[in-house]
Ligand binder design. Structure first.
Ligand SMILES: Nc1ncnc2c1ncn2[C@@H]1O[C@H](COP(=O)(O)OP(=O)(O)OP(=O)(O)O)[C@@H](O)[C@H]1O
Ligand SMILES: [Mg+2]
Length: 249
């Protein structure tokens, strides 16, 4: 599947140091256009820091981060990188709890980078169609008129993914999406991300191995800020070095 696809994103020799501690240590990684990649590794391996570097939150000391043909992300700030089409979901949901599911999506719609100025104006039919499509993807069609604060934890996570989809990202970064979810929600999240991956590239960081297996994609194992192992889930979970530092604990 990943045969002749173009490279969408690559990191080359990226290092990040915090007060003398190397969070990323000459990290290199290549993501193909249209690919979904799972990133695993022990606590403190540098997974979140890697996302911080891609999204411009953290500047690397050395190394290259290149998106598309030749866009150097290390020269750009966070809003500019978001505008390029890189969307990021943080671990803690940040939905507007007093608003309905529908209104949260309306507020998040692209075309207007600032939050939509007001909910008083009725949405256009184009906006409604897009919200309907997103609701279907995130499995919240039946919940569109509910107050977001009343959703389950898992549903809030899906809504937040929907709010990112509203901005039509080319690349979606998700950090530990299934933490705190029920098993059923976890399974549905794997399915949901696979659906999203039909039209967008995705990088997903997660500790839940059943979930990672359900994604069925190439896995990168980070350890001490660099790649320890990479390949299919079976390949990395049989790699003695991965068992030693991560899976065997
Ligand atoms: N802003 C910061 N200042 C100082 N140290 C930091 C900062 N951000 C991360 N670190 C350190 O860098 C290392 C890598 O952290 P990071 O959050 O990237 O790990 P992670 O792989 O996401 O771990 P987890 O699985 O626990 O989320 C950790 O030791 C962390 O304490
Ligand atoms: Mg993390």
């Amino acid at each position: 599947m990943s045969g002749n696809r173009e490279t969408l994103l690559y990191l080359d020799g990226v290092s990040v140091t915090f007060d003398g501690f190397r969070a990323l240590n000459s990290l290199s990684l290549v993501l193909a256009e249209g690919e979904m990649r799972a990133v695993i590794g022990p606590n403190g391996a540098g997974k979140t820091t890697m996302m911080d570097v891609i999204t411009g939150k953290t500047r690397p000391d050395t190394g290259k981060v290149v998106f598309g043909k030749d866009t150097d992300l290390t020269k750009m700030d966070e809003p500019a990188i978001a505008d390029l089409g890189i969307g990021r979901k943080f671990q803690k949901p940040t939905v507007f709890e007093p608003h309905t599911v529908w209104d949260n999506l309306l507020l998040a719609l692209a075309g207007d980078r600032r939050p939509r100025f007001t909910l008083w104006a009725r949405q256009t039919s184009e906006e409604s169609d897009r919200i309907d499509a997103i609701l279907k993807t995130i499995r919240l069609r039946e919940h569109r008129d509910r107050r977001s604060g009343d959703l389950s934890h898992g549903q809030k996570q899906w809504l937040e993914i929907g709010m990112l989809l509203a901005q039509e990202p080319q690349l979606l970064l998700v950090d530990e999406p299934v933490a705190g979810m029920t098993d059923a929600e976890t399974e549905q999240t794997a399915e949901l991300l696979r659906e999203i991956n039909r039209t967008r590239s995705v990088v997903v960081v997660e500790h839940d191995m059943a979930f990672v297996r359900a994604l069925g994609v190439k896995v990168t194992v980070l350890h001490e800020g660099s790649v320890l192992s990479e390949g299919s889930i079976d390949h990395v979970s049989n790699d003695p070095r991965v068992i030693e530092v991560y899976l065997g604990r």
